[in-house]
Design a protein around this ligand. Structure first.
Ligand code: SAH
Length: 251
């Protein structure tokens, strides 16, 4: 059995209990070294074989996983955040399926959750937006035309952009071209939950220059939308005038 484990956003105590337990039992760990905090490897027992996949190809990663599995040791493929987002796990799972090797996925705290926590924000505010769009700028990995930032921006929903900090000027220009006013609140959250976490707050027009001044080019998320602003409506859930399955309305 091979275990794909979400490492969480960085802080070693933001992995799940299940994920940490697998690391403690691991005989082999293949971790995504470009993003996973190496502090997580301290969960591994003495003698555990550890490989950084940053310089490996898909074939090499799968070969290592099969090697661990063949040896009968607990084999962990450790991915940053939650593996379902930009984790490139599908291609690994398909290779394992082809060989009838069983695997499971242990979810993790995605960096978009850690970024909201760092910014002390709620993505889904009544009267502002009830939708969160998670996307990215096209880079070497293309994005389907119908999902261009400009067209996603036309919804005016809350947005989180992964993998796009190196193109922040272009990203903000596209968001504005898609319909967000220039003064829309925006934030850049760098290394959410790491010791050197930074949160830059501004607007779509100010953020690129602020990020450049701070020298932030990667491992950051761009948060955009009115949810970072001051105005919203109170929730119905805790409104004394509304009742629901768990509470009667107050007179
Ligand atoms: N599966 C991961 C995302 C991997 S893609 C997750 O769920 O978070 C890598 C991108 O995620 C980075 O380029 C950056 O945009 C973002 N990222 C990962 N960890 C981060 C962190 N701690 N703080 C801010 N952004 C992070």
């Amino acid at each position: 059995m091979i275990h794909f484990v979400g490492a969480g956003p960085g802080a070693p105590d933001l992995i799940t209990l299940r994920g940490a337990e697998l690391l403690r039992r691991a005989g082999m760990i293949v971790y995504a070294g470009s993003l996973v905090n190496p502090a997580l490897l301290e969960y591994a027992p003495e003698g555990c074989e550890i490989h950084d996949s940053a310089s490996m190809t898909l074939d090499a990663v799968v070969e290592k996983l099969l090697e661990g599995h063949g040896r009968g040791v607990t084999t962990v493929r450790l991915h940053t955040g939650d593996p379902s987002l930009y984790g490139a796990i599908r291609e690994q799972m398909d290779r394992l399926r082809e060989r009838d090797v069983p695997f499971e996925i242990v979810p993790g705290v995605s960096s978009f959750c850690a970024a909201a926590a760092a910014a002390q924000a709620e993505y889904t505010l009544p009267g502002v937006s009830q939708t969160l769009i998670i996307s990215r700028m096209a880079g070497r990995t293309p994005v389907p035309e119908r999902e261009a930032i400009r067209s996603l921006a036309s919804h005016g929903a809350s947005m989180v952009l992964f993998l796009s900090t190196g193109m922040l000027g272009k990203l903000c220009a596209e968001l504005i071209a898609g319909g967000y006013p220039e003064e829309t609140p925006a934030a850049l959250v760098h290394k959410a939950s790491w010791p050197d976490e930074r949160v830059l707050r501004g607007t779509l027009s100010s953020l690129p220059a602020d990020a450049e001044a701070e020298g932030i080019v990667r491992t950051a998320l761009v948060l955009v939308g009115g949810f970072l602003g001051d105005r919203y409506e109170l929730s119905k859930l805790y409104d004394p005038r509304f009742g629901h399955g768990y509470r009667k309305p107050m007179p």
